[in-house]
Design a protein around this ligand. Sequence first.
Ligand code: ADP
Length: 772
Amino acid sequence: MATNQHIPMIPLRGLIVYPKQSIHIDVGRQRSMAAVDEVMETDQLLYLVTQKQAATEQPSREDFYETGVIAKVTQLVKLPNNTFRLVVEGVYRAKHTEIIESKDVTYVNVETFDEQSGDPIMTESMARMITDQFTRYVKVAGRIPLDVIDTANELESASELVDFIASQLPFKMRTKQLFLQTFDMNERLELMLTHLKEEQEILIMEKRIGGKVKRAMEKTQKDFYLREQMKAIQQELGDKDGKQKDSELLREKIEAAHMPESTKALALKELQRYEAIPVQAAESSVIRNYLDWIVSIPWSNATVDRHNLKKAEQILNKDHEGLEKVKERILEFLAVQQLKGELKGPILCLVGPPGVGKTSLAQSIAKSLNREFVRMSLGGVRDESEIRGHRRTYVGAMPGRIIQGMKKAGTINPVFLLDEIDKMANDFRGDPSAAMLEVLDPEQNGTFSDHFIEEPYNLSDVLFVATANDLGGIPGPLRDRMEIIQLSGYTEMEKIAIAKNHLLPQQIEAHGLTKSQLQVRSDVLEQCVRYYTREAGVRGLNRLMASLCRKAAGKIVRDDQKKVIITTKNIDQFLGKKKFSYGQANAENIVGVATGLAYTTAGGDTLQIEVSVLPGNGKIQLTGQLGDVMKESAQTALSYVRSKQQTYGVTENYFEKHDVHIHVPEGAVPKDGPSAGVTMVTALTSAIINKAIRKEVGMTGEVTLRGRVLPIGGLKEKSLSAHRAGLTTIIIPKENERDLEDIPETVREQLTFHPVSHVEEVLQIALDGGNK
Ligand code: ADP
């Protein structure tokens, strides 16, 4: 035992410093700071002792534990708020015997004891046990960083070990102090062992309680969810009124729809199911959707037909310029229906290029019968379910287009336009034309079955009208059920009349203008037709009229003009530069270039065939994306020309020494169809004998190997396009002579037709210097 006199002291609050331990402490009390100041001048040794109550501001003798530690100040930082931050390191344990209060600093006299080491083996084994227990504790507790285990293992003495562990464990201050004041080494080791055990037990208990708490928490959470759900259910139950009202409304609608008994029974059954299922169930909205459809398609609502042919004629005439034959056919059709008392029998099918009035004719039929009008495009329909719908089990299932159309019509007897019936495709998803057959067959369509609706639906009161661009595109069985009415393209005169009497007045009205505000001269319309459109119908022309009106409206509103007068002089201000040149005929007679006439789904068109013959070794080249039929025509034409070799006065092995190249430019015209034979022969012959072809000649006709000219189709369309292109002499097959009467007189008068039966006659006329 030794004593030390007069050491400055600092009381600690809530903190114990053990020997060999570095710790930083903040010092703020005046006396303590004075103490620090003093030791810094001398040996930097302080006596640190902990207050029993941390809160006591000015502790007196009894307020301290009896044992403290002599510590060295190793670092001092003066903080800006006039306090000190020290790093102190414990040196040895000490017990104060006396406390001396001077004016500024408190001093103590202390006594110190030597470390009493017991039996080293005993000490070592206890130290190991402590290390083990501590290690286990740290691992399980998870609050102390794992690297303290390493630090503990590296400590040299058992004393240090216990001090270190005491500083790390979450002991109360009193216990911590106990470790400081137990000077006997063995006693301290035992103390540590008991406390470690205790701590471990506490830990186990904590874990157990933690688990329970967690379970309790989980349960409260679960209860919360259940309660929330119950709330939703209760809300649902409370909201019974809303659903009840909904199903009552549905029931009324079902009653009012006058549907067939079996359908009604089914609808009511579904309604019951709907009532029984909670709104949240996915099935509920499926049934609701079905019921919505069932009550919104017409089951009995019908318009009363107006059987008045005079009125029908008036309406057709008012809406359409010309088309005399077509109108007559339609009126006959209506007359027959009227006589029979029902509109059953063949379906009307209007066939012709786009924009010739097929849709608007069907609309007029509806108007004259006083029926609703619906339109459904079949173009690109390739799936049977588009016509017949999807089964209800599919997510987002809907009825097919027929039922959708009926819903739109709202009556059971609308005029139903099936647009572009020739553009229906079929693939692996089923053939839509089979479904269309059922729709159009009067024997079957009384019980049309839609996959979604499931109940048979009566289509027999519907008047179906179909349209097509190309008769060939309509599947045979469908075509057999239809009464075909052909419409062809319009002549220039007809187009001008349509624009003047229909399109322009309609557009003027649609744009909110009056006739006096926009005046368009007739010759302007002629220019529109000639230079701004090239088409069989009048769609483009209609668009032009719309854009004239738009521009005029702009001028009237923006520039405050009273009226706009469009003349041939200012037309390009309104429509821009001319898009087409009128008359495509070549500017001069050319060798090897013949003008053929083609028949396309968009009307007629002219088609140039170019041939050049070059020195070579008998190769034949065909270019311009020709279809198979066209290729065959070319081969046949070539064979014919070769057979005539000696009459051309060319050398005997001419074809062995020359290559022939046949080219058909102008990518837009589908180059198929069997009517280019004569044109090929003419171009070939011209190229071989080097004689130009008359530029004003157009020709059409297929040719056989012997040179016979075979008849073709679409003479009217072809003649119209020849006229449009500015040709004047047209060579046609003799057998087509009778079709000439179909050609509008205005056009016929301006063209000279040459019916021929042999290709030599064609050459006579077409080659330069031939018959005019
Ligand atoms: P399609 O169905 O044959 O493609 P539309 O019926 O849609 O043609 O006709 C296009 C536009 O041309 C419509 O506004 C239509 O009223 C008009 N039209 C077509 N032919 C005539 C005609 N002969 N008389 C008056 N307007 C016509």
